[in-house]
Design a protein around this ligand. Structure first.
Ligand SMILES: Nc1ncnc2c1ncn2[C@@H]1O[C@H](COP(=O)(O)OP(=O)(O)OP(=O)(O)O)[C@@H](O)[C@H]1O
Ligand SMILES: [Mg+2]
Length: 235
C-alpha cells in the first residue's frame, strides 16, 4: 500500500500561551480534497504553516509523501517545499510588477528549469485554468478571480503532490468564488495532488471530499451539511 500524500500524527502546536493544536491527526490521499473550517484565530493558517514546514510544532510527526518534515535540514527545506508544496493565499500574493506568465513560471525558474521550458509550462497551465488571455498582463491589473487562477497556476507549476490553500476565495464575490472553486476542486482528479483548503465559507468547505473543523485544538470530522463556523476563537 502506498503512503498517503499527507499523514499527520499527534500534532501539538502552541503559540505563546495558547495551544492551537493538541494531538491532532490528519491524513489526505492523493487525488482527494480536504477542507478545514474553524473560528478566526483557531489556528488554521498555523496548521498549514506546519504542514509546509514553515512553522515547527512542539510535538507530532508530519509526513508528506513519506518525508518527515521535521527531519529536513534547514538547507534542504526550501528545495523540498518548492517541489512538494503548492501554496495559494487569499489575495493570490503575486508579484505585481511581473506578468501573469512570469509569476506562474517563477517556481520553475527558481528550481533551475530553462526559460523556454518554464514559460511553456506556465503558459499551458494558465490556458488550462482559463487565464491564457491575460498571460502577458501585469499581475497588478488582474481581477481577483484572474489573480487566484494565476496563483493556482504558480502553485501547480512544479506539479507538487500537496496543494495548500488558505482562504483562496476569501476576497472574491459569490460568482467568482464558484468559478474558482470549480477549478480548485478539479485539481486533485486532474493532477493527482491532495488539496487541503482552509475556509470560512461553508459552501466552499462542503465541496471537499472531507471536511474537518478545528475547535479548541482538536480537528473534528464534520459530515456534509453539519459544519458551522463561528466568528472568533476562544482565548
Ligand atoms: N507568528 C506569530 N506570533 C504570534 N502569534 C501568532 C503568530 N502566528 C499566529 N499567531 C496567533 O495564533 C493564533 C492562530 O492564528 P492563525 O493565523 O493560525 O488563525 P486562523 O485560524 O488562520 O485565523 P483566521 O481565520 O482569522 O485566518 C492567533 O491568535 C494568532 O494571533
Ligand atoms: Mg488564517
Amino acid at each position: 500500500m502506498t503512503a498517503p500524500t499527507l499523514e499527520v500524527r499527534g500534532l501539538t502546536c502552541a503559540i505563546g500561551r495558547r495551544t492551537l493544536l493538541r494531538q491532532a491527526d490528519l491524513s489526505a490521499e492523493a487525488g482527494t480534497s480536504l477542507s478545514v473550517m474553524g473560528p478566526s484565530g483557531s489556528g488554521k493558517s498555523t496548521l498549514l504553516s506546519c504542514l509546509a514546514g514553515l512553522h515547527t510544532p512542539q510535538a507530532g510527526t508530519i509526513r508528506v509523501v513519506g518525508t518527515d518534515v521535521a527531519a529536513l535540514r534547514p538547507g534542504q527545506a526550501a528545495a523540498w517545499r518548492l517541489r512538494t508544496i503548492g501554496f495559494v493565499y487569499q489575495f493570490g500574493e503575486l508579484l505585481p510588477e511581473l506578468s501573469a506568465v512570469e509569476n506562474a513560471a517563477l517556481p520553475l525558474l527558481i528550481a533551475g528549469r530553462g526559460r523556454r521550458d518554464a514559460y511553456g509550462t506556465a503558459e499551458s497551465l494558465l490556458a488550462e485554468l482559463g487565464v491564457g488571455e491575460v498571460a502577458d498582463s501585469p499581475a497588478s491589473v488582474l481581477s481577483g478571480g484572474e489573480r487566484q487562477r494565476v496563483a493556482v497556476a504558480r502553485a501547480l507549476s512544479t506539479r507538487p503532490p500537496l496543494v495548500l490553500a488558505d482562504e483562496p476565495t476569501g476576497a472574491l464575490d459569490e460568482r467568482t468564488t464558484d468559478d474558482v472553486c470549480d477549478m480548485l476542486f478539479r485539481l486533485p482528479a486532474r493532477y493527482g495532488c491532495a488539496l487541503v483548503l482552509v475556509t470560512h465559507n461553508p459552501v466552499v468547505a462542503h465541496r471537499a471530499d472531507r471536511l474537518l473543523t478545528l475547535r479548541e485544538g482538536a480537528l473534528h470530522d464534520s459530515a456534509p451539511g453539519t459544519a458551522h463556523d463561528t466568528t472568533t476563537a476562544g482565548a
